[in-house]
Design a protein around this ligand. Sequence first.
Ligand code: PRP
Length: 192
Amino acid sequence: MATLKRVIIHDKAFKLLIPAEEIRSIVHRMGQQLAERYAQEDLVCVVILKGAFMFANDLIRAMQIPCEITFLRAQSYGAQMYSSGKVHIEFFTNHQRLQDRAVLIIEDIVDSGLTLQAIREYLAQHRPKSIETATLLLKPDTFQGPMPEYVGKAISPLFVIGYGMDYNEGGRYLPDIYVLDSSTAGTTVKQG
Ligand code: PRP
């Protein structure tokens, strides 16, 4: 799919922020770093749905080391436009599989940090050997809480879509990452 400079998703316009080629190079670097860190470990990758599915797919292949792969769904409740701070978690694996193993959380984006904090607390209850996080994107200006150990790229606090991330379920399929075009932005929208 050719890189588009601008896309319309539902009622909003988005412009290109991170082309697929740059994403590939970030993922390659992170994959090498994680392979060194986890080559000798009994690794379980916990992919956070839905947003991280595309990043995790590429990252796990870039790591080229054995691992178990599982999925966790984290949803914030409350008003649609912002997180209520309460996170509902669904975990698609027997908890006992985490005990004494190295857990790597794979996230697409850490925005306020609330979701990640809830996920870490949830997983820690099941006594893994270690818990670390690899996130493709981090918003340092809005983020609070435990710092992810592996960060692909820091971005300003703008709403982004593509490469797994959505606006009202639209745009996840895009291979590049786009940012809300502020010239057409009338409202604030929660990060998806
Ligand atoms: C996004 C993203 C993170 C979370 C980050 O998920 O994938 O999990 O928001 O936000 P926070 O740091 O402010 O807590 P979202 O709830 O939009 O669900 P989705 O991945 O299914 O789109």
